[in-house]
Each structure stands twice: as structure tokens, then as C-alpha cells.
Write a protein that binds this ligand. Structure first.
Ligand SMILES: [Zn+2]
Length: 372
């Protein structure tokens, strides 16, 4: 077991929620502090308010991973008698870094929207609003036959060769590799100045673009040649589609009234706003964590009986009602589900890596609204 530094923790986190999944212009990544220090405790929070910073100090956290970016609009001043100045100053004094994963965490599989869909027990869930399609590439590498098994295994372990639920997919063909080692070489096979012919395998596999460095590094690490021959091809085919929100089915039909009560309990909120006839029946459910009113037409198009999202505007609710869509607004704060979800996921990933680091879901309730 080793105590990782901030970079190692974030590298692992970004395998779970890659930055390129974020919507354009989102303020994600390291916002305050440095990742150069060792990290023993990470506080996972929805919002970085002052109570959350105090909690991080109290729990000896060196890093806060938050969903909502602490600095979203550029700050003009950092005055310590004002709220954000006070928060930033406290973070810097205590050497606490803040890293934000916002829309990339909404979109990624196992992220905010999947966690919410899971809380509601939705079945056969799909992405509601596609936002990103992973580009696929093909890698072809030539290797001496005795090294082929090792290379295939390393490629598969690095995430290449995923097709549907199959992993480690490759294709191999056999042929002859020829090379003439020049001066100042140290050939694995053959001698300097003599043309060599070797029984080789051509190994082909595909990988998502974001894993390119990882896949190549894994291959180069086990390839015995001084100068391995490989090609990377762009592919003109659809990769994994990512997006905001999820849509799925309930295991049985219920009334809007029953479902609203269930949502309130499942998402742990003190109240929900409901649009629609309470005795209507609900079976197909769309959910989008945070502020998703503008996507209500997508929910209709995909056949949702009800759309669950926060921050619903009056006029959007009127329009949705006219279009016959039921709405449940449980508030924006339901995204708090990410605190436990991210902590659990990261504990698993760190255990695999033998990183000795603790992820603590913040206990601070950051919903500014009260219901009277
Ligand atoms: Zn949000």
C-alpha cells in the first residue's frame, strides 16, 4: 500500500469521469491548490461552501472533489472579508486542493445520472440526451510470435478490445517480418548488418481514443523489440454514446401520486413539485440531475410519462403540461447522491491500485432551500 499524491488520485478519477466528457466551457479540473502533495483523505462534496471547507479541515482532507465548481464565473477580486475570498483563503492556508467534476460526472457511466436512475430502480436505462460519442481507433502491432500472448494480454488489460460486453478482443494473422539492424542498434533478434526474417504476428484491436496513451504504453512496455512496428488507424464507426440524463422503465405501473411520494423518499428530499394529473399512470421515467427543464421535449420524444429534474421554471412547466408531460421537480440538491457514489467508486479503484487513501462523503447539507 502506498499513499498517493494528488495527481495519482486524479488520474484514477479521470479514468472514471474523463474530462473530455464535459460540456464545452464547463469549469472542471483543479480549481484551487496543487496536486503535488500526498493525499491521505479526500472529501467528496456537492458544493464547496464554507462549512464543507471546515469539514475538510476537521477530517484532515488534502483534497476536495466537488460536483459543482467553486469558481464558475471568473472572480474579479479575492477579498478575504467576502465569501469566496474567505473560502479560498481558508483552503490555501490549510493546503487543501479543490477539484471539480461537473458535467463529465453527470455524463459518465456510474456518474450522477446513473446513480439517480439506480435510486429509482429504473430498468433498461438509456442515455436521455446524447452529448458525446467516443471516437474509436484501431491499433495494429507486429510482434514475434513468442511475445504475442503477452502483448494481447497487456492491450486487453489497458482497455483495448472492448466490443459490447466482450473484453480483450483481438485478431491475429501470421506472417514474416523483415528488418536490417543498422549501426548502434541492439536488436532483440538478429545481428547488426544482416537482413533478418522473423515469424511474426500482426495483432489488431480497437480502443477508445481517450485510452490511446495508456494502450500504447502498455503495449510498448511488454513488446520485446527495440523499435516496435505499429500503426494507428482512425475508424469511421460509432463508439460509445455518452450523455446527460437517463430514461428507463419502472418494474410496474404506478400513479403519478404514488410515484411522486416514492421519488421524495428515494432521493431523500423534504418535498417535490409535481405537474400533472395525480391519478395518471407512470411507467416510463426520464431523469436528469440538476437543472434539466430545457430538455423536456427530448423526454417527450423518447416516450417518457414523467420527467424528473430540478430548477423547473414556471413557463417550462406550463409548456410541458400543455404537451402532456408529467413533471416531478425534487430540486437540484438531489445530485448529493454523488457524494456516496463517487466515494464508493474511488475506494474500489484505489484498492485495486493499492493506494492508501480514504474517500469521505461530506455530511454537510448544502441545499439552500427550506420547505415550510
Ligand atoms: Zn448540478
Amino acid at each position: 500500500m502506498k499513499i498517493p499524491n494528488g495527481h495519482e488520485v486524479i488520474q484514477l478519477f479521470e479514468q472514471f469521469a474523463p474530462k473530455e466528457l464535459a460540456m464545452e466551457g464547463d469549469k472542471i479540473g483543479l480549481l484551487v491548490g496543487s496536486l503535488n502533495q500526498p493525499v491521505k483523505n479526500v472529501l467528496v462534496a456537492l458544493d464547496v461552501v464554507e462549512d464543507v471547507v471546515d469539514e475538510a479541515i476537521d477530517k484532515d482532507a488534502q483534497l476536495i472533489i466537488s460536483h459543482h465548481p467553486l469558481i464558475y464565473h471568473p472572480l474579479k477580486t479575492i477579498r478575504t472579508e467576502e465569501s469566496y475570498g474567505r473560502i479560498i483563503s481558508k483552503l490555501l492556508k490549510h493546503d487543501i486542493a479543490v477539484y471539480a467534476a461537473h458535467t463529465n460526472l453527470d455524463v459518465t457511466f456510474g456518474g450522477v445520472n446513473d446513480l439517480l436512475a439506480e435510486k429509482l430502480g429504473l430498468l433498461e436505462t438509456e442515455v436521455l440526451v446524447p452529448t458525446y460519442e467516443m471516437t474509436l481507433k484501431k491499433l495494429v502491432v507486429y510482434a514475434p510470435q513468442e511475445a504475442a500472448d503477452n502483448i494481447r494480454e497487456a492491450l486487453g488489460n489497458a482497455g483495448a478490445g472492448f466490443i459490447g460486453n466482450y473484453s480483450h478482443c483481438t485478431f491475429s494473422s501470421q506472417g514474416t517480418g523483415r528488418f536490417l539492424p543498422g549501426e548502434n542498434t541492439n536488436p532483440y533478434i538478429g545481428s547488426i548488418g544482416e537482413l533478418e526474417a522473423v515469424a511474426e504476428e500482426r495483432i489488431e484491436t480497437i480502443f477508445p481514443q481517450n485510452l490511446e496513451r495508456k494502450v500504447l504504453k502498455a503495449m510498448l512496455q511488454v513488446h520485446p523489440y527495440e523499435e516496435p512496428a505499429y500503426d494507428i488507424y482512425p475508424l469511421d464507426m460509432k463508439g460509445q454514446v455518452y450523455g446527460l440524463g437517463r430514461i428507463g422503465y419502472l418494474s410496474k405501473e404506478v400513479t403519478l401520486e404514488e410515484f411522486a411520494a416514492f421519488v421524495k423518499e428515494a432521493l431523500d428530499v423534504t418535498g417535490v413539485r409535481v405537474v400533472g394529473n395525480l391519478s395518471d399512470t407512470i411507467k416510463r421515467v426520464a431523469i436528469l440531475g440538476g437543472d434539466g427543464g430545457k430538455y423536456y421535449k427530448t423526454a417527450i420524444r423518447k416516450g417518457a410519462d414523467v420527467f424528473i429534474t430540478g430548477d423547473m421554471y414556471y413557463h417550462t412547466a406550463i409548456d410541458a403540461k400543455l404537451d402532456g408531460l408529467h413533471i416531478i421537480d425534487p430540486g437540484h440538491n438531489v445530485e448529493k447522491v454523488m457524494k456516496r457514489g463517487v466515494a464508493k467508486k474511488m475506494m474500489e479503484l484505489c484498492r485495486e491500485k493499492k493506494f492508501q487513501v480514504n474517500f469521505i462523503p461530506s455530511l454537510v447539507h448544502t441545499d439552500p432551500f427550506l420547505f415550510l
